[in-house]
Every structure is written in structure tokens, then in C-alpha cells.
Design a protein. Structure first.
Length: 179
């Protein structure tokens, strides 16, 4: 079966955020139908929609998969549950982990359970910045614009701060503020 090129955004703002990202990537990579091709750096951002919650760590990975879009969605939701996310949840609530399918090849999918390209993509620098790091020339099938162009015209004014590669962050001791 032919592999599809897929971009998945990951975000975490609860508990040990770096470890949540790492655990999600590990679970993704253990699926024999998925290969991780490229990973962006990790970026820290303020919560966009509910400002009273902790800051997010965000990143984007490119994967190759033989799963269908709906199978991949199901697998991503399973990872979220395994890492502590509770369903149902209120929209934009704090989360241990969030995995969103941003692009799946150049497919356009609009169903009750899945929309590709991800509908929030165009207004979210916290997705576009890491995506542009690994795939600036990828063309959005819906807008016919490159990721770099989508980032340039994005109306989001929030800061997206690069904090490093995930493997580097995992080697830094995590401080809790307790002596």
C-alpha cells in the first residue's frame, strides 16, 4: 500500500509538557503503519483561546503512513486518551496532549468527524511557525498557498517562541520550584 505524507501538530500545556510530546511521538512511532520523517523544534505559546491556563508547548511532525485519514484520526485520539486526555472535554480546555491532523497528502476532507486541512490552521501561528520550519513550500490544497505564505498572511499576533529541539529539552532537568 502506498504511503501518505501527513503533517500532525502536537500541543501540551499540562504536567510535564516535554514528556507528553515525547510520549505521543513514541506512541506514533510504535505503530507499524507510521514512520516519523521530520520533526520541528518545540515552541512555547500563550493559550490562544482561554488565557487563564498554562502556556503550551507546540510542535509539528511529518509522518508517512499507510493509514486512512479516519484511521489516523482514531489512532491520534487513542494516543490522547492513553496520555490522560479526557473526553468529552470543553473546547480549548487545558490538555496533557493534543494531536491534530493538519494536512494529509493534498486531500480535502470535510466530514462530521474530520476536516482536512485543519480548519484552524490559517489563524494559528503556533501551528504555522513549526510547520513552516519543516515544510515551508508545502502547498495547501484548499488555498493553493504555500505554508510560508500562509504564515506571512496569518492574522495571529501572539508570540511563538522557539525553545529548542525536543531531545535537548528532555535532557534538561525539570524544576518544580520546590527546594
Amino acid at each position: 500500500m502506498k504511503s501518505s505524507c501527513v503533517f500532525v501538530a502536537l500541543g501540551s500545556n499540562l504536567n510535564l509538557r516535554e514528556k507528553n510530546l515525547s510520549a505521543a511521538l513514541e506512541l506514533l512511532s510504535h505503530n507499524p503503519a507510521i514512520s516519523i520523517c521530520r520533526m520541528s523544534a518545540v515552541y512555547e505559546t500563550a493559550p490562544k483561546y482561554n488565557p487563564g491556563q498554562p502556556k503550551f508547548l507546540n510542535m509539528v511532525v511529518e509522518i508517512a503512513t499507510t493509514l486512512t485519514p479516519l484511521q489516523l484520526l482514531e489512532f491520534c485520539k487513542d494516543i490522547e486518551v492513553r496520555l490522560g486526555r479526557h473526553f468529552p472535554h470543553y473546547k480549548n480546555s487545558p490538555r496533557e496532549i493534543d494531536l491534530d491532523i493538519i494536512f494529509f497528502n493534498r486531500l480535502i476532507v470535510e466530514s462530521p468527524t474530520l476536516t482536512i486541512p485543519h480548519p484552524g490552521l490559517y489563524e494559528r501561528k503556533f501551528v504555522l511557525v513549526p510547520l513552516a520550519e519543516i515544510a515551508p513550500e508545502f502547498i495547501c490544497p484548499k488555498t493553493a498557498k504555500s505554508v510560508a505564505e500562509l504564515l506571512r498572511i496569518c492574522p495571529d499576533i501572539e508570540q511563538v517562541v522557539r525553545i529548542g529541539q525536543l531531545d535537548e529539552l528532555l535532557t534538561i532537568p525539570v524544576t518544580t520550584g520546590v527546594l
